[in-house]
Design a binder for this molecule. Structure first.
Ligand code: FAD
Length: 452
């Protein structure tokens, strides 16, 4: 399809509930972020009478639920990510590798880090979230968080290097500090990361070293709240705690991290010497509220109408982790992939309908199909609408669901094969130390973007 207007020309169509009726030119839909929500929007509009521009600052769509497995050497980056261009081959779609830095609501355009201004008739902001260091942004370099592939690889590098340095250390105290790993936050990411790290140390690396005993590594999971997996029912949290303890993970609940430095952390008033600290605590929305020049809702999110649009702006949709959307109980929907995907599908239907001059659809409503978390080999929890599962059954279910939701046959096959191999041999094939040693977090724009 030849575009009737250059993409970087500010849209000429004035705000209108039905742009298609106002112009013969198909409306231009700009989707910022090709994550869970953005991808669903783009896929849902593949046959729609629209011109589509998808902008992402990475050239890949990332399956974040398995990122901790990249950080702990179980999977390779290409197993959990897919090039966006390979998913956007439909004729009405244009992909841009660029970072959006602002929105001009009046001019209906977005501006990018590369200095472009891109006009839109419909704008979809699906930029996800950032880790929240609760006012201590300087901790990002000391305690990296798994958010992007670069972050996961940097964590992997830090973890594997700690064992190498411990092997070479002459001083016992230094060796102990190198073999101490502190994870901050016992939500699903912290629990999954702690379990995977324990298995890496106790099962895989234990066979690789002679001078040190990797199995003696101290893995400490620190949580400010009263229990692990706070968003799951208590029974499932208790199961996760028992399983972590059986793996040798020390769990300290009701313990606040007071400071982090190069030597370790102060937690609950006690100093812990640890050369590796990993941040798995809360998240906050990306900077959409600042771009739109509105007061943010909780966790920096954008409050939206029942059709997921910005109040007073039926042409601007905010989706996924960036949006505050009320669920049936009146509480904000959680930051989950399924929420983002369902919102993306809904927004695509609304935009397609409006672009065809049809009437609005019903309000968005989320269908909760449950949440899952794995703790380790043959151990997981599943909080389903009609059942609470633990153990091997939950773990098999977790595995099936994740394979199903991965994008692309290659990734599904690669992950399945890696898991099968790991299950049979305790092997983790991605134990590669790559890249320069760098201050993790600083190199990743995800940690700093909100302050721009
Ligand atoms: C480690 C980890 C584990 C998780 N595990 C689970 C799980 O097990 N189950 C579950 O349901 N959920 C899980 N989640 C949460 C889930 O990944 C998110 O809820 C989901 O990704 C939100 O989708 P989204 O589309 O809003 O954002 P994302 O999927 O994060 O996509 C945002 C996209 O926007 C792009 N972007 C951001 N800013 C800009 C910009 N300025 N310009 C251009 N592009 C930009 C990013 O590159 C990214 O591609 C996990 C999250 C993490 C970090």
């Amino acid at each position: 399809m030849t575009l009737a207007r250059p993409l970087d020309e500010t849209a000429a169509i004035a705000a209108s509930p039905s742009p298609a009726a106002a112009s013969a030119t198909p409306p231009h839909v700009v989707v910022v972020g090709a994550g869970f929500a953005g991808l669903e929007v783009a896929q849902g509009l593949r046959e729609a009478p629209v011109r589509l521009t998808i902008i992402d600052r990475h050239n890949y769509n990332l399956f974040q639920p398995l990122l901790y497995q990249v950080a702990t050497a179980a999977l390779s980056p290409a197993d959990v990510a897919v090039p966006i261009r390979s998913l956007m081959r439909h004729r009405n779609a244009h992909v841009m590798l660029d970072e959006v830095v602002g929105v001009d609501r009046a001019a209906r355009s977005v501006s990018t880090a590369a200095g472009k201004r891109i006009g839109y008739d419909y704008l979809v902001l699906a930029i996800g979230s950032l880790y929240d260091y609760f006012g201590h942004d300087d901790w990002a370099t000391l305690a990296p968080a798994p958010k992007t592939i670069d972050d996961a690889l940097a964590i992997r590098r830090r973890v594997l290097l700690a064992f190498e340095k411990a092997d070479a250390a002459a001083d016992e105290a230094e060796r102990d500090a190198l073999l101490t790993f502190v994870l901050v936050g016992a939500g699903a990411t912290g629990v999954e990361m702690a379990g995977a790290l324990a298995e890496l140390a106790r099962a895989t690396l234990a066979r690789d070293f002679r001078r040190i005993d990797p199995a003696s590594a101290r893995i400490l999971l620190v949580e400010a709240g009263p229990r692990v997996l706070a968003s799951f029912p208590e029974k499932l949290g208790a199961y996760a705690l028992r399983t972590l303890q059986a793996l040798g993970v020390e769990v300290a609940t009701a313990t606040r991290i007071e400071s982090i430095d190069e030597e370790g952390v102060i937690a609950g008033g006690k100093r812990i010497a640890a050369r590796t600290v990993i941040w798995c605590a809360g998240v906050k929305a990306g900077p959409a509220a600042a771009w739109l020049d509105i007061e943010p809702a909780r966790h920096g999110k954008v409050s939206v109408e029942a059709d997921l649009t910005l109040p007073g702006h039926p042409e601007i949709f905010v989706l996924g982790d960036a949006a505050a959307v009320k669920g049936s109980g009146g509480k904000d929907l959680p930051g989950l992939a399924a929420v983002a995907q369902q919102e993306g599908r809904y927004a695509a239907r609304v935009i397609a309908a409006r672009a065809s001059g049809k009437s609005e659809r019903a309000a968005f409503s989320y269908r909760d199909k449950g949440t899952l978390a794995t703790i380790g080999r043959s151990a997981a929890v599943a909080d389903l609408p009609h059942a609470k599962l633990t153990g091997t059954v939950a773990w098999l279910f977790w595995g099936l669901v994740h394979i199903f939701f991965l994008i692309g046959f290659r990734n599904r096959a690669a992950v399945l094969l890696n898991w099968l191999w790991a299950w049979l041999t305790y092997g983790r094939g991605a134990r590669l130390i790559t890249g320069e040693e760098r201050e993790i977090g600083r190199a990743s724009p995800d940690h700093t973007a909100v302050n721009r």
